[in-house]
Design a protein around this ligand. Sequence first.
Ligand SMILES: Nc1ncnc2c1ncn2[C@@H]1O[C@H](COP(=O)(O)OP(=O)(O)OP(=O)(O)O)[C@@H](O)[C@H]1O
Length: 795
Amino acid sequence: MAKKKKTITKTARKPIFQGTKSFFKNRQTQTIIGLFIALFAIFLFISFVSFLFSWQQDQSQLSNFGDKNISVKNLLGKIGASISNFFIYDGFGVSSFYVPILLFFSGISIFLKGSLIKVRKYWAWGILAMIWLSIVLGFFSAQNSLLPGIIGYELNNYLQQFLGKTGLILSLLFLLISYIVIRFKFTPEKIQSLIPEKKHTDGVEKQLTDSDIEKLTSNENIESSTTNVNLVEPQTKSDFELSLNNLEPTIKKHLTSNSSTKNDETHGAVEIDVEKIVEEKHVEENLSSKLVKDFGEFDPTLELSEFKFPTLNLLRDYNESISVDQEELEAHKNRIVETLNNYNIGIARIKATVGPTVTLYEIVPDAGIRISKIKNLEDDIALSLSAMGIRIIAPIPGKGTIGIEVPNKKATMVSMKSVISSTKFQNSEMELPIALGKTISNETFVVDLAKMPHLLMAGATGQGKSVGLNAVLTSLLYKKHPAEVKFVLVDPKKVELTLFNKIERHYLAKLPDTDEAIITDTTKVINTLNSLCIEMDNRYDLLKDAMVRNIKEYNVKFKARKLNPENGHKFLPYIVLVIDEFADLIMTAGKEVETPIARLAQLARAIGIHLIVATQRPSVNVITGIIKANFPARAAFRVTSKIDSRTILDASGADQLIGKGDMLFSGGNDVIRLQCAFVDTPEVEKITDFIGSQRAYANAYLLPEYSGEEVGTSLDIDISERDVLFRDAALVIVHAQQGSASLLQRKLKLGYNRAGRLIDQLEAAGIVGQFEGSKARQVLVPDEMALNLLLDGEK
Ligand SMILES: Nc1ncnc2c1ncn2[C@@H]1O[C@H](COP(=O)(O)OP(=O)(O)OP(=O)(O)O)[C@@H](O)[C@H]1O
C-alpha cells in the first residue's frame, strides 16, 4: 500500500511541472507578467532619476530603513532609494540606467509577443556596455563619485594597476571598436564603400571641368566654330563656377563630330563611369537556425496548446492488493513436489512469485534431470493441482530454472489506473507507449508500439480482447497529444469502439467526404486501407525529400524548421490503425484487405503507421503467412485450441490461459505472461467525454482520397461477358431498391471485387444509376416485371 502511494506521488510531479510550464505559456499570464515588468522598469527609472538629486540626503537614512519617523526624499520612497543606492552608488553608477531600459523593453516584449527571444540579445550586449561605461566613467570619479559607482571605480582602479592609465584607455577603446564592429558589422570595406560614392561624383565633376578647361583653352578650332558658347576665362573662374551647363555644348559637339582629327580629344573627353561594386550582404546563420532563434522550435501542439490530458481520477480504483494465501502456496508447493517425485524428479529448490492472477513456482531440479521430462508432465501436474491454466516454462529464459505457473484461487484485477499511474509508464520516453498490464512479478508492462511495430491480438470470444484494445487506446490517450497520434478505427461489430466517436476531431483520422470516422463497412475498410497506402507513399516521398530514414528523424528536422512547409512538408502524426474482428473482414473481402494490410505491415513502420489487428479466430486462413511474418508482436488471450495458440504465438500455452484478461505477449522471442489491465466501458466513456468536451481541430485528420478503382468504370461491358450471377444480382438490387455493392456481397456472399464488377454490369445494362460517391446508386428498374421485360428485350 505504502509502495503504491509512493508511486502515485512520484508520478504526480510531472503533471505539476507540465502545469507550471503551461501556466507560463498562457497568454493571460504572459500579459500580466509583461505588464508587471514594464511598470517595474518605469518605477526603477523614476527612482534612479530621483536618486541623482536626493542621494546625499537619503543615503544616511538608509541604515534606519525600518524607522517610521525617518523619511526619504526619493520620489519612490525608501524602497526606491535603497534599490537606486544598490544599483547606482554600490553598483555601476549612471550606467545602471541600462537596467530599467532593458527591463522595460523585455516587459513590453513579453506583453506584446509573449516571448523574450528578441530581447535576450539586448540583455547580453546591454550588460557588457554597462560594465564598459562604468569602467570608463571610473576616470571621472574624482568629479562625481556617482558616475562610475563603486564597482566601476574599483574595476577601473584595479585594471589601471595592471595596464596603466594609457593601457586601460587603449584597451577600452579597443573594446569599443570591437563592439561596434561586431554589433553593427562595421568593417573597413563598409567605411570605404561609403566614401568612394562621394569621391566618385566629385571626381566626375572635377574631371569634366579639367578636360573642358583644357579644351576651352587649347582647342582653337572648336572654339572658333562654336557660336553659342559663352567663353569664360578659366583662370579667373574657380572649378566650381565652371558649371556643367556651360560646358554642355562643347561636349555635344565632340559627340556629333565624326572627324578623325578630333578622335583624340574625344577619347580624353568621354568619361568611363565604373559601376560601383556592391558587396552582397551575408548572414551569419542559416535560415533554419534563424527561424528557430526568432520563433523557437516548431511546436505541433500549439494549435491545441490548451489541451488537457485526461486526469487519473477518470479511471476507477479497484481493490488490488494481492493477498498471499500462505496455505494455498504451501498446498501447491506440496502437490508439485509430490507429483514430480512420482515421476522420479527430485527438486533442489522451489521459489514462489505471486502475481495478480497466477503464481509462478520456480523449480531448480536435481542435477541430471532432463527438462523435456518435466515439460511432458504438464498435463499430469495440472491434473494433480486440479487447476486449469497451468503453464510450464522449461527453462525460464535467462534464469536456468523451470517455471510452473499456477492460477491463484482468487485473481486480482489489474486496474488501468494502476498501470497508467505507474512511474514506468509516466516516465517512459517511448514514441507510442502502451501499458498493457502487469507481469507475474507485479511489474507494470510497458511496450512501445512504434518498436513492435505492429500488434496482432487474438483470443476467443469473451476472453478480454476488446478490453485489451481499449487498454491500448487508453494508454495512448493518456500520453500523446492529439497532434502526435491519430487513430483509424475499424469496427465491423459496430459496438466496440463507438465511444471513440466523441474524440473524432481530436484523435481520429478518416477519409474525406465520410460522415463517420469509425469504419464499420467493408467497402470503406478497403478504401481506407488503400488510402493509408497512398498516405504511406506520400510520407515516403516526404522522407526522401527530407533525406531522413524515419518519421522520428523527420519530425525532429521539421521541428527544427529545416523543412519548408511550402514544399509540402508538415509535422507527421503517428497513425495507429486498429482493426477489430479481422477474421470477419477477411471472410468478406479476402485478398482486397489482405493485400493493403500486408503492404502496410511490411513498409509502414518507418513512416509511423502502426497496425493493431484483433481477431477471434486465429486460423491460418485468417492470419496468413504474409500477415504473420510482418507482425512480430503478438498478444494472445485465451484461445480454444492448441492449434490456435500455435497459429498466433508459434507456441502452445494460449489455450491454457484462464481468460478474463490473462494473456501471453510475445515480442519476438520470449513469451511473457501478463494480466491485461482492465478498463471498463464507463471509464472509456469518461475519458472520451473529457477529451471530447475540449476544443478540437476543425475536422478529423483527413487521409488521402481514394475511390475504389473498380467502381464506376468500363461501362461497355459485353452481354456475353456478364457474370453468371448477373440475373440474381439484378433481382437482389431491384427487390431491395438499393444499388450497393455491399448489399450484393452480403446477399450473394461475394467478395468485394466481384460485387463491384456486378454493379458495373448492372449500370451498363441500365438497371442502376451512376456512381454517386458514398451514397447508394439509384435503382432505375421499379420491379421484377420491369426487370424481366428489360432483360428479355436485350436478347
Ligand atoms: N483484463 C481484465 N481483467 C478482468 N476482467 C476482464 C479483463 N478483460 C476482460 N475481462 C472480463 O471479460 C469480459 C469480456 O471481455 P471482452 O469484452 O474484452 O471480451 P472479448 O474478447 O472482446 O469478446 P468478444 O470477442 O466477444 O468481443 C469483460 O466484460 C470482463 O468482465
